[in-house]
Ligand binder design. Structure first.
Ligand code: 0A1
Ligand code: ZN
Length: 882
């Protein structure tokens, strides 16, 4: 904990490590009151380093050093220096063996970095800089070593002892203790080290690789969760096959293990051969997990598995390159999920996240490029920009090169850099070398922060039959970056005729209507382009940025007629959905601050009526199209948003739609009530989604039929999606008695299942009816709430501040003061979580001054707390501009 300014680390100051480590021999003695870690490193001077006489410098954090020995000889106090953050030994030989013994206290580790205890089990989290909380080590990803790990613990309380690689030895020790030794043959950076010790049961399966090797698959969980592993195991096998078929990547060890832990700062971690997961991202059963959770688990299991190549076999040179592994791996898991379900729906989900949350990040005080140039605390850079925008940057290379050349590029990348720690530039270079394309301008996507804005205008010459489209590109200033250069942007375009037909894109007169494409990816490289399309006697309707072909904002003066037309005619499903969203946004925006009784666009009602009534349409897409733009998205789109006014306008539209479409909603509800067993197919997921949307709309208008249906569905549901759909609808209605009864019954039934209790907290904390501040405070006092458990904290405090926007932005500032108070409290126990939770306050400059000034005051309160962590220091000071 510090009060002084943490050091800024800069990419421009990167130097190769002065020392390399070839092997790491670890021995963990695990006890109830602490752990002793014996580490023996074979160290040599790095021939690529110019610092020939550099002292050996090892990182350490919160360690009690018990012994240091060089080539077997103990060093006396004066022969090394301990600074609090480093262990420095001067005058070391060219090659030597170093032994370090440290004492740590996993049972008191509330930061959940390094080795800690969760529900009685020992587990580790070493990315990004957690290994230094275990032992002194050059804790940077470009130091790659082979690890051998012996774990010793009490046999009764820790029958299962796991680490990376293959188990090579096991046996009993005195005093009821035992040991297992693991050996990982693949050199890896310290952030991929993993260890688990506890009383766990295993679920086993196997997978035969394309080359015929049998891989042992195991999921380790607490005994009460033994029945919740099937979905993750099935997802894992699908991911393994998919990576072979799509990237030619086979698994490389003989065993692949996943462990579920309840206390975890993030979603999951890709430790080599031993993935550690937040329980909520791996455990599922029909009774306890929603469809959304099932989909999320599949994608996270795949994500961590895909890291075995994109991250582990080829890793990052330094943490500025984080998106090298994260952006690429998110692109890979997103393509996988699209292949497993509906590509259009997956694209809609990805674009929604980008446009709502990543664009907001890119416009806020923490905006940074996909490859940042500086940071104080790397944990703050596990962001939507690194992950989601990073994935878009890889996706655009795929779009520009096409699937064959992209695959050639990824093959070259994996072959060329296997076993190395490399940079995003190496990735782009492999794509260039494989395709022969020049991506030098494209590299700006990695260097420049901010969301490009494309302003599109058009004109039509009916005599010449020419349609002209002009696209102007600007990239807004972001902290520390101004005067940005135009980026290389793939812009997918289609043109529609009056009857909705796709028109041939004849660009230069040389191609004729027969050979001209119906869709084209225009490549924008200049600040302004004009494209001409010929053979168009009537004015076409443009379908812009199809499939969301680039993470940019598009400004175009769509008329409501055009949007209604695109909603029902665009052959690109993504743009149909987008047109519906734009129409709804336009209607809601026009009501913000308008006088009561202002007419609500009848074309919106009719478009939704058509959607509800047409069972021939892809129902998964209809389910998405029925979702009104979220408050968060409306806020993101607004300048100086007045949250209460936006909330009110959106509610008005929702109520108007629900009132006008009541009959259709009831019909839609019944039409989608499927008898029979619960299935996880895209069709049944879509049906449940439609049914639950219909229910929630009916309860927005306090409809009695809707209420009865919700109560009945709640009681009869045979799966969590339906049970939660009904509960959510009741919680968001004015039927207070039914709401309380359902909440009580739900809790009574599921109180022993932490993942379900988290959902129960969330549904309340996100509700503008059940989640006002006094009720949220009451949730914090609930016996199931636990200030040490990140999932519980997120499900109440995080959900309240991030999803219950009208309550959080209460004009009296109480929501902001609440968050500031909780963030300060958490900073002492878990700085990573504190720094993430504070995010909503950091956007204070965007809001109307009445909100913004109160938000700033709360941030200042946090700034003035004594002993601020480096994590929180960086976020708060950058947000305040200090
Ligand atoms: N590499 C993981 C994310 C992760 C990052 C940091 C963690 O601890 C603070 C944990 C996990 C992934 O991308 O899934
Ligand atoms: Zn990842």
């Amino acid at each position: 904990m510090r009060t002084t300014q943490p050091k800024t680390i800069r990419l421009s100051e990167y130097t190769v490590p002065a020392h390399l480590v070839d092997t790491v021999d670890l021995r963990f003695e695990l006890f109830d009151d602490g752990a002793r870690v014996h580490s023996t490193l074979s160290v040599r001077h790095n021939p690529d380093s110019a610092e020939t006489a550099a002292p050996l410098t090892l990182d350490g954090d919160s360690l009690k050093l018990e012994r240091v020995a060089l080539n077997g000889k103990d060093l006396a106090a004066g022969e090394y220096e301990e600074t609090g953050e480093q262990l420095i030994i001067a005058g070391v030989p060219d090659r030597f063996e170093l032994t370090v013994v440290t004492w740590i206290e996993p049972q008191n580790n509330t930061r959940l970095e390094g080795l800690y205890k969760s529900s009685g089990m020992f587990c580790t989290q070493c990315e990004a800089e957690g290994f230094r909380c275990i032992t002194y080590f050059p804790d940077r990803p470009d130091v790659m070593a082979r690890y051998r790990t012996r774990i010793e613990a009490d046999k009764a309380s820790c029958p299962v002892l796991l680490s990376n690689g293959n188990a090579v030895e096991r046996g009993d020790l005195e005093n009821g203790r035992h040991f297992v030794t693991w050996e990982d043959p693949f050199p890896k950076p310290s952030y991929l080290f993993g260890l688990v010790a506890g009383d766990l049961v295993e679920q086993r399966d196997s997978f035969t690789t394309g080359s015929g090797r049998d891989i042992d698959l195991r999921i380790y969980v607490e005994p009460r969760n033994a029945e919740k592993c099937d979905h993750a195991l099935a997802s894992l096998k699908r991911a393994m096959r998919w990576d072979e078929e799509n990237y030619g990547r086979e698994y490389d060890l003989d065993i692949f293990m996943i462990v579920a832990v309840d206390d975890f700062n993030m979603g999951a971690m890709e430790n080599k051969g031993l993935n550690i997961f937040n329980s909520s991202c791996v455990l599922a059963s029909q009774d306890t997990a929603t469809d959304l959770a099932f989909e999320r688990i599949e994608s996270i299991v795949a994500h961590e598995y895909f890291h075995n190549w994109s991250g582990n076999r080829v890793t990052c040179r330094d943490w500025f390159q984080l998106s090298l592994k994260e952006g690429f791996t998110v692109f890979r898991d997103s393509t996988f999920s699209a292949d497993m379900g509906s590509p259009t729906v997956k694209r809609i989900e990805d674009a929604t996240l980008l446009r709502t949350a990543q664009f907001a990040e890119d416009a806020g005080p923490m905006a940074h490029p996909v490859r940042p140039a500086a940071y104080m605390e790397i944990s703050n850079f596990y962001t939507l920009t690194i992950y989601e925008k990073g994935a878009e940057v890889v996706r655009m290379i795929h779009t520009l090169l096409g699937p064959e050349l992209f695959r050639k590029g990824s093959d070259l990348y994996f072959e060329r850099h296997d076993g190395q720690a490399v940079t995003t530039d190496d990735f782009v270079k492999a794509m260039e070398d494989a395709s022969g394309r020049d991506l030098s301008q494209y590299r700006l996507w990695y260097e420049q922060a901010g969301t490009p804005q494309l302003t599109v205008s058009d004109s039509h010459d009916s005599e010449q039959g020419v349609y002209r489209l002009t696209i102007e590109q600007t990239i807004p200033d972001t902290p520390g970056q101004t005067d940005k250069k135009p980026q290389h942007i793939p812009f997918a375009l289609g043109l529609l005729g009056a009857n909705g037909e796709a028109l041939p894109l004849i660009q230069d007169g040389s191609s004729d209507a027969e050979s001209a494409p119906l869709e084209q990816v225009l490549e924008l490289t200049e600040a302004r382009h004009t494209f001409e399309f010929h053979g168009l006697p009537g004015r076409p309707v443009p379908s812009l940025l199809r499939h969301f072909s680039a993470p940019v904002r598009v400004i175009y003066p769509w008329s409501r007629d055009q949007l209604v037309f695109l909603m029902s005619h665009d052959p690109d499903g993504f743009n149909r959905w987008d047109a519906g969203q734009r129409l709804a946004v336009d209607v809601i925006q026009s009501l913000v601050g308008a006088s009561e009784g202002t007419e609500i666009e009848p074309r919106l009602v009719e478009a939704y009526r058509a959607l509800l009534g047409d069972s021939t349409l892809d129902q998964a897409l209809v389910a998405k199209m029925l979702q009104l733009p979220s408050e968060a998205y409306l806020i993101e789109l607004a300048d100086s948003p007045d949250v209460a006014a936006i909330h009110h306008a959106r509610e008005q539209v929702l109520q108007h739609l629900a009132t006008s479409l009541r009959e259709e909603l009831i019909a839609c509800y019944h039409r989608n009530s499927v008898a029979g067993n619960y299935e996880l197919t895209p069709e049944s997921i879509a049906r449940r989604s439609l049914r639950n949307t219909a229910l929630s709309w009916l309860l927005v208008i306090n409809d009695e039929t809707g209420r009865d249906l919700a109560v009945q569905q709640f009681q009869e549901a045979d799966n969590m999606t339906d049970r939660m759909g009904a509960l959510r609808a009741l919680v968001n209605s004015d039927y207070a008695a039914e709401r309380s009864k359902a909440l009580e019954e739900f809790y009574a039934h599921f109180q022993d299942d932490p993942q379900v209790v988290e959902q129960w907290f969330s549904v309340q904390a996100s509700s503008d009816r059940a989640g006002q501040l006094p009720q949220v405070n009451a949730l914090l006092e609930h016996p199931a709430f636990d200030w040490k458990n990140p999932n519980k904290i997120r499900s109440v405090v995080g959900v309240f501040a991030g999803q219950n926007l009208a309550a959080f932005h209460n004009p009296d500032g109480s929501g902001y003061a609440f968050l500031a108070d909780k963030v300060c409290r958490l900073d002492d126990s878990n700085p990573q979580i504190a720094a993430r939770l504070v995010t909503p306050l950091t956007r204070w400059k965007k809001f109307a001054p009445a909100y913004g000034s109160l938000m700033r005051e709360s941030l200042e309160q946090i700034r003035d707390k004594s002993g601020l962590s480096a994590d929180l220091y960086e976020v708060v000071h950058k947000s305040l501009g200090s």
